[in-house]
Design a protein around this ligand. Structure first.
Ligand SMILES: Cc1cc2nc3c(=O)[nH]c(=O)nc-3n(C[C@H](O)[C@H](O)[C@H](O)COP(=O)(O)OP(=O)(O)OC[C@H]3O[C@@H](n4cnc5c(N)ncnc54)[C@H](O)[C@@H]3O)c2cc1C
Length: 391
């Protein structure tokens, strides 16, 4: 309960009521707490572990849009969210004096086969139409024969050239959540408790039981417990007997290498190579629907590391300084799961970001808070709303 001890207004208020209880302090819960705190609500954020140490404790931090073809409201939502994230992150960095490792460094996609060039050219045209910001900025999806920097990556076996796109960004996930946590600590109306789980949530009584044995009453509760949000929400919807989602394991690594951090991240056949500040390069990620050991790394990660070393000569002898595995929250309906439960409107879901949470969590948090703050409609795609997931 280290952080909670620092919260002046809630100290000693056990057994009493808060405006908003947030279950889970990953990137989703942290944004929700920040936005609710800024709006003046009394917020209690409870995490069964350490803040930011769930799925949000990874290495990659790739912030990428969907491809610019077949444009639809979901792609537009994600594009707008990724655009607005830059402004929000810069403001938070200025406020806290901390860096999130954010940079719009772009993405390089090697095209192994020549026929992929035609698709790339079509996407290039689609980006000119669809990748436009309302402030006049536009971003490219450009086919090029040569990688812009020699050896980043090797061009051997790359028969179709490369796509260089200028919209993708990256941030360091651990630094990113640290910025959010630091910003929260500046809000006297937000308390955070670490290593305390919410063990029971009674929607009718609007109260929660914590692993410490205490109870907390709430006006609203946001369930942002990552993959563990699914069973919690399922218990609150007993008549529906619906499985809402499941964890998908991912493994990643961080290497130490003297790589220019302004280089674009590389994406090839599920392999990400993401340069970060401080001479670090992230490698990822596996995507495992079935797994024995959720939080250990194995030969699947070693295969990715070996692929990265073959692709980028500068990584050949670079030491691996960290290996990590986490469980992503994936909803059965694939899309994020956000908003009040139909039968219990005080309880609000905020999960299911699967592989893209970092780019959209700030906007999803606003959508989750809409019914709490009675703010104007946050225009999220209907397929993100709870009724779609129950359908
Ligand atoms: C290997 C890997 C690579 C990834 N790469 C990217 C990427 O490049 N870009 C990107 O955008 N996303 C990426 N993701 C996905 C992203 O990390 C997740 O989608 C995101 O972290 C989910 O955030 P969350 O807040 O929903 O969940 P979490 O971060 O898991 O947070 C949930 C929190 O809830 C807490 N909790 C659970 N149950 C309880 C309870 N009963 N009481 C109290 N607290 C509880 C947990 O302790 C945890 O801290 C990656 C994920 C992995 C695993």
């Amino acid at each position: 309960m280290s952080e909670g001890d620092k919260a002046p207004n809630l100290a000693g208020q056990w057994g009493r009521r808060v405006d908003l209880l947030i279950v889970g302090g990953g990137v989703m819960g942290l944004w929700a707490a920040l936005k609710a705190g800024r709006a003046g609500l009394d917020v209690l954020l409870v995490d069964e572990g350490w803040l930011g140490h769930g799925a949000s404790y990874g290495h990659l931090g790739a912030l990428m849009a969907h491809s610019p073809d077949k444009w639809n409201p979901k792609k537009q939502f994600q594009f707008d969210a990724l655009l607005s994230l830059e402004t929000e992150v810069r403001a938070l960095e200025a406020e806290t004096g901390l860096s999130s490792g954010y940079a719009r460094a772009g993405r390089l996609v090697p095209l192994p086969k020549p026929h992929l060039r035609d698709i790339a050219l079509r996407n290039e045209a689609d980006a000119r139409t669809n990748w436009r910001a309302s402030d006049g900025r536009s971003f490219e999806w450009r086919l090029t024969d040569e990688a812009p920097d020699a050896g980043w990556p090797l061009s051997e076996g790359i028969e179709g050239g490369f796509v260089l796109e200028t919209f993708a960004a990256r941030a360091n996930p651990r630094a990113f959540t640290s910025v959010l946590i630091a910003a929260l600590q500046r809000l006297p109306n937000v308390a955070t408790f670490e290593c305390v789980a919410v063990v029971d949530l009674d929607a009718a009584r609007a109260s929660a039981t914590l692993s410490s044995g205490e109870t907390v009453g709430f006006g609203h509760a946001i369930i942002a417990a990552g993959y563990k949000a699914f069973p919690m929400l399922e218990r609150l919807l007993p008549a529906r007997e619906k499985v809402l989602g499941a964890p998908v394991k991912g493994q990643s690594a961080m290497m130490k290498a003297d790589i220019d951090p302004s280089l674009p991240l590389i994406f090839l056949d599920g392999l990400y190579v993401v340069p970060h500040e401080g001479a670090q390069v992230a490698i990822g990620s596996t995507s495992e629907n079935t797994f024995g050991e959720p939080f250990t790394t194995d030969e699947q990660l070693e295969d990715l590391i070996a692929r990265a070393r073959r692709l980028v000569p500068a990584l050949e002898h670079a030491p691996v300084i960290d290996r990590w595995a986490g469980l992503r929250p994936k909803a059965m309906a694939r899309d994020p799961l956000v908003g009040p439960l139909p039968d219990a409107e005080r309880i609000i879901a905020l999960t299911g970001g699967f592989k893209v949470s970092f780019g959209i969590a700030h906007r999803l948090a606003e959508a989750a808070l809409q019914s709490v703050l009675a703010t104007a409609d946050v225009d999220i795609p209907p397929s993100f709303r709870v009724p779609h997931h129950l359908g």
